[in-house]
Write a protein that binds this ligand. Structure first.
Ligand SMILES: Nc1ncnc2c1ncn2[C@@H]1O[C@H](COP(=O)(O)OP(=O)(O)OP(=O)(O)O)[C@@H](O)[C@H]1O
Length: 585
């Protein structure tokens, strides 16, 4: 039993929709009485008619009518109220899921397929989580109905007590099929996500050029087709297995029902029971099949809802665990950031191995290395997006894991090579770099180059960018990059400023300008906070300006020093530098 999930869902419903939830808690069990009331009513009417007893006829009619009225009105009320509770409470859950996903201190959950699978199963599905979870009430209803039915049947003959027992195989098999269906869904989730991604790729403007000029469109379509075929085959196999098991369970019960009717007919013929009892057994027995369908359906639904609630709790726990650090970062760096024996892997082979490095307060540090040598990964660890799998990162001696992640992120500014193209108003696309200082974007836009972009927009900084949230103005790659760089200038007193190849889309003059501005900003940060500026670049004209150059190879630090020291070493850095210098000669 998933008590934690049930408690969470019920608790949220009672907290946010108490009236409706209590109504459901009362009405749903009442629904369990109605089928039995109908059967009992019919028995009394028949027996009353045969014996000429008016009270029996009237009592039976009242029972049947009351049950009918409840089925007509109560069922509808339950359905509507459950929908409303699902929608209201589900919206609350959705907001939390979005907030937790956006504020999780690390981004590891977005780069791990198991976590992505879980998130996909609840993303935007809060209402469905609640309504399917509420199907648990229908399980209670059907269970109660089964108890009442058993008692009524036992009154006809004790042997009939066993009739509902023949439903047990069906229920057990349904649980198996429910698990089988869930497993098939889980198995296909990854393929589904990949297919959606390919679909988005083919239909989005960004990738349209490459898709049309090359053969990647056909390739993407072929992969999507293969994924769809594999997904369909897995789901089809699960559906067939489910149908077969369900049929088997039903056959067991149908055989028992025929036996029960045969027994009751014999009892009625011998006068041991009234003819109305035959109607009662026929009605209740006939309903057992339908009620079992409802029960199995409710079990499947509730199981799915509770699985989704389980994912919700997993995300909540992940969020809670991630926010364990509580210390505030220092106002000013005195010593710097130190990495001791840092290892990291994304789940596969190690990507960083035994990194020992000291980034002194106030320094401009350049990370150099071949593609895939681990530069961006190291940056992600310093930003706190991932945690090392071994070793520690300390900030002025305090482990990064002990700092409040949100407070640390507030003191980090970054511009990445894969920067985001936020489809907001132009001023917002810069201002979100530091929301509380949204009013003060002019300085950042000036430094990052966005001011020049804004000047050419039809409505200046009030222009909507991109097409995703409306009919905005599409920018060139370089213009988007200037907006991203300006966003990075929004923080006024960072302890760590990261520039991970953010100038790739700019021309040489543009890049020179940006680094000049960054150099000025780095000087300011150095004086104000002892902040460290970390550059990742392949351009040695930029790298050589750094106070400290760190050369990475295969996830290890192979050289470390100033430009002059590393050239003097005549090692890897010197070779790379010569290669690039020769290309410019
Ligand atoms: N999300 C991820 N999941 C698994 N492996 C990853 C992930 N991101 C990077 N890697 C792997 O980690 C290694 C280091 O990648 P990283 O992006 O840190 O290199 P880099 O030095 O910044 O490269 P580049 O100069 O091309 O940007 C690569 O082998 C890459 O395949």
């Amino acid at each position: 039993m998933r008590f934690a999930e049930i408690r969470t869902l019920l608790g949220e419903c009672l907290r946010h929709q108490p009236g409706r939830t209590w109504l459901l808690l009362v009405l749903t069990p009442l629904g369990a009485i109605t089928p039995a009331l109908t059967a009992l009513g019919l028995q009394w009417i028949v027996d009353g008619a045969l014996t000429g007893s008016r009270p029996l006829i009237v009592g039976g009619a009242i029972c049947a009518a009351t049950a009918g009225a409840f089925v007509l009105a109560g069922g509808r009320v339950i359905q509507v109220q459950a929908g409303l509770v699902g929608s209201e409470v589900g919206t609350v859950l959705d907001k939390r899921i979005m907030r937790w996903c956006a504020t999780l201190p690390t981004t590891a959950h977005l780069e791990d397929s198991e976590s992505l699978r879980r998130i996909e199963q609840i993303r935007g599905l809060g209402p469905r989580t609640v309504t399917t979870g509420l199907a648990g009430l229908s399980v209670v209803q059907s269970g109660l109905w089964l108890v009442i039915t058993t008692i009524l049947l036992a009154r006809v003959h004790p042997v009939l007590l066993a009739l509902p027992l023949f439903a047990v195989p069906s229920i057990l098999l349904t649980r198996t099929t429910s698990r089988r269906t869930e497993a098939a869904r889980a198995e296909t989730a990854e393929r589904n996500r990949a297919e959606q991604h390919l679909f988005a790729m083919v239909t989005e403007a960004n990738s349209a050029k490459e898709l049309r000029l090359g053969t990647s469109g056909a390739h993407a379509a072929a992969i999507a087709r293969r994924l769809r075929e594999e997904r369909t085959a897995i789901l089809w196999r699960a559906t067939l297995a489910t149908a077969g098991l369900t049929l088997l369970g039903s056959l067991v019960f149908v055989a028992a029902f025929i036996g029960a009717l045969f027994l009751t007919v014999r009892l009625a013929l011998s006068g041991a029971v009234s003819p109305g009892a035959l109607l009662l057994v026929a009605t209740l027995g006939g309903q057992i099949r339908g009620q079992l369908d409802l029960l199995t359906h409710a079990l499947t639904h509730a199981g799915r809802g509770l699985t989704m609630a389980g994912h919700y709790l997993w995300l909540r726990d992940l969020h809670r665990a991630g926010t364990s650090g509580t210390l505030s970062p220092p106002d000013r760096l005195r010593d710097g950031i130190t990495l001791s024996g840092v290892d990291f892997s994304y789940g596969g082979p190690p990507v960083l191995r035994g990194i020992d490095l000291r980034l002194p307060a106030g320094a401009t540090v350049a990370l150099v290395g071949d593609h895939g040598s681990g530069k961006t990964t190291l940056v992600k660890l310093l930003c706190g997006f991932h945690r090392p799998t071994g070793g520690t990162v300390t900030v002025d001696g305090t482990p990064l894991t002990e700092l409040d992640p949100a407070a640390w992120r507030d003191r980090v500014t970054s511009a990445f090579q894969d920067f985001s193209r936020f489809p907001f108003l132009a001023r917002e696309a810069v201002g979100v770099g530091d929301l509380p200082r949204m009013h003060d974007i002019a300085r950042a836009a000036g430094k990052g180059g966005a001011a020049g972009v804004f000047a050419r927009l039809p409505e200046g900084e009030e222009t909507r960018l991109g097409k995703a949230l409306g009919d905005g103005v599409e920018l060139s790659g370089g213009q988007w990059q200037k907006v991203a760089l300006s966003r990075a200038f929004m923080r006024s007193a960072p302890l760590l400023a990261v520039l991970d190849e953010p100038t790739a889309a700019l021309d040489a003059a543009g890049e020179y300008e940006v680094y000049q501005r960054y150099a000025e900003a780095a000087q300011e940060w150095q004086h104000a906070t002892g902040g460290i500026t970390l550059l990742v670049s392949h351009r040695f004209a930029t790298i050589r300006m750094a106070d400290l150059i760190v050369v990475l190879d295969g996830g290890r630090v192979v050289e470390c020093g100033t430009h002059a020291e590393l050239i003097g070493l005549a090692g890897r850095y010197a070779r790379l530098y010569d290669l690039q210098a020769a290309a410019y000669r």
